[in-house]
Design a protein around this ligand. Structure first.
Ligand code: ADP
Length: 457
């Protein structure tokens, strides 16, 4: 296999088994990056807006100045006075000068905020040259460009002053505006934005440090799952292995009971051994069923069937046990519509329910009643036994759950029968419910969907 693909596959499998790592990475990388990205976006937009705003401001200032300067283009002292008052009110304006073209590459300053500049030449650098030539080409507009001096950002703007009659440029206004103050404010804001960002990242890291404990738990959970799996494997293997010696014990007790003349005391002891072996056998059977159901290894062979006869068989098999206990066991065998079930599993379900009804009914009767309701076959196993409280009914179908009371204390069981029963019923697309009144009796109700007959041709 391609080694790169191999690495990728291993990485993918690792991530799949440890989703918490992805979550952590997401928090560490994605959230700060998202913050950083959005802050950058906001800053960029803010900077662009500020530039636009400054450009417009200089443009307006020049437009207004040109409006009255037009009339006094030859009156240098008038212009200088006004320039001084404009500059006084706009601290960011570092240069505001009116100049005339002297030679092709030189201008003469005719008015300025500082009188000493008046009459001195101005030789434009390439940036200013471009502004002058633009202003000459389109005399009605201001042209601006950014430049830096000693680390300070400036906007320089040039606009032509035209002759009233010829509309030709006779002079130019050159304005420099310092962005030092605006940039200082922006820098301060950016610094606080980054400070907030650093704080958020710090908080995320603190949260992640706590998260690390959750990651430990997740790993522990994974390990526990593996141990649980191993335990299930072990239990099911052990249960399997116990079956053979148990069959041998039961075989010999049967032989002893049949063949030898035992004293009444010996008979009783042998009965005790056999009862214990039967109980152990049930327990092993239940444990194996639980393991199979949990791992989805229990096979179901579905058949369309009228289950009335199957129920009759189960009821029949319990007649002796019921009468020994002095209970009346009844079932009215009426034929039923077809349902899709595995006959062996259905048999097991009925054995569990009728067996429990007899087991938990000290006196009275157990009835199995069948009916058809709407599109379902309903099987009701009803007893007049000890009943189950509403609280216990909630937990009845949980694994290993047994009702703890004085009445049940002498009755042996595993608490697995109803869990196995409900799992089997569910797998056979049925439903199980319980209705019970403590001290009065219990009904377990099974519902299976009737198979819809396919329309005959
Ligand atoms: P167990 O092996 O204990 O019988 P089950 O899973 O079959 O296990 O039943 C769980 C518990 O539900 C029993 O311990 C019993 O207390 C109660 N139970 C089951 N069926 C009945 C019933 N027909 N009447 C009263 N209690 C019942």
């Amino acid at each position: 296999m391609n080694p790169l693909f191999n690495i990728f596959l291993r990485g993918f499998l690792f991530a799949q088994n440890n989703p918490q790592i992805i979550y952590t990475l997401f928090l560490v990388v994605m959230i700060p990056s998202a913050f950083f990205f959005t802050s950058e976006q906001f800053l960029r937009i803010a900077r662009e807006n500020q530039d636009l705003f400054e450009r417009n401001r200089i443009g307006i200032l020049q437009d207004v100045f040109v409006l009255f300067a037009k009339e006094h283009v030859d009156d240098a002292s008038y212009l200088s006075t006004h320039i001084q008052s404009i500059v006084e009110q706009n601290e960011t304006v570092t240069r505001l000068q009116v100049m005339r073209k002297n030679t092709s590459s030189e201008f003469i300053i005719v008015a300025s905020k500082d009188d000493v500049d008046v009459g001195t030449p101005f030789v434009p650098d390439p940036l200013s040259s471009a502004l002058f030539s633009n202003a000459t080409g389109r005399p009605g507009e201001s042209f601006a460009a950014k430049f830096f001096t000693d680390g300070v950002r400036y906007w320089r703007s040039v606009r032509a002053i035209t002759d009233a009659s010829s509309a030709m440029p006779v002079a130019y206004v050159l304005t420099d505006v310092s962005m030092a103050e605006a940039d200082a404010v922006a820098r301060k804001n950016i610094r606080s934005a980054y400070l907030v960002l650093a704080l958020i990242i710090f908080l995320i890291i603190v949260l992640l440090a706590r998260q690390a404990r959750i990651i430990d738990y997740a790993t522990l959970y994974q390990k526990l799952k593996e141990v649980d799996h191993m335990k299930d494997d072990f239990v099911s293997m052990a249960a399997h292995e116990l079956r053979s010696p148990l069959s041998i014990i039961r075989g010999y007790t049967e032989m002893l009971a049949d063949g030898e003349k035992l004293s009444p005391g010996g008979q009783t002891n042998l009965k005790h051994i056999d009862d214990a072996a039967v109980h152990l056998n049930h327990l092993i059977g239940d444990i194996l069923d639980v393991a199979k159901l949990q791992e989805g290894r229990m096979s179901f062979r579905f058949e369309s069937r009228d289950v009335s006869k199957d129920i009759a068989e189960v009821v029949e098999s319990f007649m002796r046990v019921a009468s020994d206990k002095g209970l009346k066991l009844s079932y009215e065998n009426i034929s039923l519509p077809l349902i899709s079930i595995d006959p062996d599993r259905f048999h097991q379900v009925m054995i569990n329910l009728v067996g429990n009804a007899i087991k938990y009914t000290p006196s009275g009767e157990v009835r199995v009643i069948t009916s058809q309701e709407k599109e379902s076959v309903v099987v009701r196993v009803s007893d007049t036994g000890m009943g189950i409280s509403a609280e216990d009914q909630q937990k009845l179908f949980q694994k290993f759950y047994r009702v703890k009371s004085e009445e049940t204390s002498t009755i042996t069981g595993t608490g697995l029968g109803l869990w196995i029963t409900s799992q089997m019923v569910k797998t056979m697309h049925g439903d199980i419910a319980v209705e019970s009144i403590k001290g009065k009796g219990t009904d377990f109700i099974l519902r299976f969907p009737v198979i819809k007959e396919s329309p005959t041709a």
